[in-house]
Ligand binder design. Structure first.
Ligand SMILES: [Zn+2]
Length: 403
């Protein structure tokens, strides 16, 4: 009988979103950062001597959620880039800790940071700022989700996010940049295949790195055992990312060179054949600010989903109108408003989506899985808004938000 066992009891538990498994009068036993038992309270073998029981009452236990696309270093204010650039390393780290806490208190127990600045200080800790936050969270010194971090995004000279990026002008520099980010602690590499709306002077619909440089990024990353997330805002960008063999396409909007609906069934087939997942970053509240209507963007997502492209729930939290607090639910509402069934949207934020993002053994309440779970009022399988502001969050076996 281990002393670090904790027992959680609740009126019900959604243990497996994909299978739709719901246990009434549920008990979950956690040891360290893993779940060791789950089932009906009446069926549990008695261990009266072990650690305490936390009774979550009439609430529903649900797997912790994923946000596959966040920017901890951005504060979701009106000009997060200027705010971030004006801060020194310590202030940036403090702001990232605030973002991490907001994410986990919103029920996000796994996130991928897809772009943050490197340390500005010439001396001292050479690791990427996001890698330091990942370590603090892992050690229990800072509350936050389990993190995979990309470090600095790779971008063409003066390309999208150059102000915090690692600029690549060809295959040699691209290979070196991949090494630099991995040495600084990156779990995956982010590369800007097209421009972006946040960076003046870049074109969101144009393919902005050379095919040779992009191929070098993917080959070098895979040789080092890390994956590649590619920012692509247009049909030509998606095509280039799929051809290069990236692991995920970020945003993945089928925008034409003219800036309108550029959906292309042939490009979708190439995307399916590549095996890449897509993180659509479609939020409900920010959708009005996008030049393409939510119905059109939702149609692209439904087409990708029905063709078998793994959908990763993600929000781009940190950019304007995309808060870290509660953004994950706004993102699920965006997917649903775009036409994805509720169950499929929830799958993109739990085990199915996490596996596509490279995290196995998480996103369901099963023995052996990571002890990442939340407790909410209401039934998230009926209404995802039940997931807003969970009463209780357990992340990696640690209570990140208590009753
Ligand atoms: Zn982003």
């Amino acid at each position: 009988m281990s002393a670090d066992r904790t027992v959680f009891r609740a009126a019900r538990a959604v243990t497996d979103v994909a299978a739709g498994t719901v246990i009434e009068d549920a008990t979950v036993v956690v040891e360290g950062e893993r779940i060791v038992w789950t089932g009906r309270t009446a069926d549990r073998p008695g261990h009266p001597a072990e650690g305490g029981v936390l009774d979550l009452g009439s609430r529903t236990l649900f797997p912790g959620l994923m946000d596959a696309h966040v920017h901890l270093a951005f504060d979701a204010g009106s000009d997060p880039v200027a705010t971030m650039l004006a801060r020194d390393d310590e202030a940036r780290l403090d702001s990232m800790r605030v973002s991490a806490r907001q994410l986990v208190e919103s029920g996000v127990t796994f996130a991928r940071d897809l772009g943050a600045p490197q340390a500005a200080a010439r001396h001292g800790d050479p690791r990427a700022l996001a890698a330091r936050i990942r370590e603090e969270i892992g050690q229990g010194r800072t509350p936050g989700p389990r993190l995979m971090v990309a470090g600095r995004p790779l971008t063409r000279p003066s390309g999208h996010c150059w102000f915090m990026g690692n600029e690549i002008d060809g295959p040699d520099r691209a290979r070196r940049a991949v090494h630099e980010e991995v040495e600084a602690g990156a779990d995956l590499v982010k590369v800007m295949v097209t421009g972006g709306r946040m960076t003046p002077g870049t074109d969101p619909v144009r393919f902005e790195v050379s095919p040779q440089a992009l191929a070098a990024v993917v080959a070098e990353a895979h040789a080092l055992g890390v994956t590649v997330a590619a920012h692509a805002l247009s049909t030509v960008g998606i095509r280039a990312a799929a051809a290069a063999g990236v692991d995920s396409v970020e945003h993945g909007t089928f925008i034409s060179p003219e800036g309108d609906d550029g959906f292309d069934a042939a490009v979708l087939r190439e995307l399916v054949a590549s095996g890449a997942g897509v993180c659509p970053t479609l939020g409900l509240s920010g959708a009005h600010a996008h030049p393409i209507p939510i119905g059109t963007r939702g149609g692209w997502i439904v087409a990708m989903h029905e063709a078998g492209v793994p959908i990763l729930a993600g929000t781009d939290s940190g950019i304007p109108r995309h808060p870290h607090a509660g953004g994950v639910v706004d993102g699920l509402e965006g997917l649903i408003a775009g036409g994805l069934p509720v169950r499929d949207a929830l799958m993109s934020a739990t085990e199915t989506g996490m596996r596509a993002a490279g995290l196995a053994g998480a996103g369901a309440i099963k023995p052996g899985y990571l002890a990442d779970l939340i407790a909410v009022e209401g039934d998230p399988l009926q209404d995802v808004r039940a997931l807003l502001d969970p009463a209780f969050v357990l992340a990696g076996g640690r209570i990140a938000k208590g009753l």
